[in-house]
Design a protein around this ligand. Structure first.
Ligand SMILES: [Zn+2]
Length: 312
């Protein structure tokens, strides 16, 4: 049974069962004159996206735009497959990510090099997209979906250089991809997400500051669901980032990365306490503890190693 809900006026959320984990990944369908999907998830999630769209009452061919916040495979890996099912749809992506949707070979190769074949198996096949269907956007670009709905694109580097946030005018909401954090609404757990190789602390903080300035009323997370505590969430993300940064910054002087990593990991795992031992979120807990947090640690280590290399 597809898990869908109308989370704001004319905005539906579909749980895309990312990595077969309930309530971990979602996409949003905007019901306007030009129907628009934000995020696709990986290819393995596409059956859930299509079932959700059907349950809402639309046909894939009704979709005019597919927008991805960034090209990481858990957000955009299924775009090629979905584009085939949505022949009318234009694919909209950050200008720095566009060529990788047209030719995903390098994207897939670097993912395999960094994380192994298993990583690709988790996501499914990545298909190329016809160059004529891809529209590259930049900071300040906008598209009109109806009289009431205009989308504004915001350059949001820090997690990835090819990340966009999208502000929608009908409800004054903000699609944040991975730029703010991941959020587990049922347990009020909020964690920043900064994997290697692109994590950049200054850019993250600058992005958070700029997003704060938009005075949005709602955040639509890609992981997972929505929140109307926009300022509080941005502030929590910033504070958590600074706690981790403090661990790495002080530790980076003696460069015992193992010790620093375990210090950061135990601070981060303590945030997962509300999920611990609860059967219905067992898979999510394991994913966060075994993947998400170690990736954040690796992102910080790479960032600080590069910083110290440039200083010497
Ligand atoms: Zn993600």
């Amino acid at each position: 049974m597809p898990d869908i809900s109308e989370v704001a006026e004319n905005i539906y959320m579909i749980d895309n069962q990312l990595f077969n984990i309930p309530k971990w990944g979602c996409v949003y369908l905007l019901n306007e004159d030009y129907k628009t999907l934000i995020e696709t998830g990986p290819t393995n999630s596409i059956p859930f996206v299509l079932a959700g769209i059907k349950k809402i009452g639309f046909k894939p061919k009704d979709v005019a735009h597919i927008i991805v916040t960034h090209i990481h495979l858990d957000h955009a890996g299924g775009t090629g497959v979905l584009a085939q099912a949505m022949p009318q749809a234009q694919v909209i992506v950050h200008h720095k990510g566009a060529r990788h949707l047209v030719n995903p070979t390098r994207l897939v190769e670097s993912a395999i090099a960094a994380r192994g074949n298993e990583f690709i198996n988790m996501h499914g096949k990545v298909l190329p997209i016809d160059i004529h269907r891809v529209k590259a956007v930049n900071e300040g670009d906008r598209i009109q979906l109806s009289d009431q709905q205009m989308l504004h694109f915001i350059d949001a580097p820090g997690h990835a250089p090819h990340e966009l946030c999208i502000f929608e005018t009908r409800n004054c909401g903000l699609f944040t991809g991975d730029a703010v954090a991941v959020y587990i609404p049922d347990y009020d757990v909020l964690l920043p997400f900064h994997p290697p190789p692109h994590f950049n602390l200054e850019l993250c903080l600058d992005t958070l500051l700029r997003l704060e300035g938009l005075s949005a009323r709602t955040i639509y997370y890609s992981h997972f669901g929505i929140s109307s505590s926009v300022k509080e969430h941005i502030q929590r993300s910033r504070e958590q980032l600074m706690v981790w940064d403090n661990i790495f910054r002080t530790g980076a002087r003696d460069s015992d990365w193992n010790e620093i990593e375990s210090k950061m990991t135990s601070q981060a795992c303590a945030q997962l306490e509300p999920l611990k031992g609860i059967k219905s979120v067992e898979l999510l807990y394991e994913y966060l503890a075994d993947n998400h947090i170690p990736l954040c640690a690796a992102g910080h280590i790479k960032y600080y190693q590069e910083l110290s290399n440039t200083k010497t």
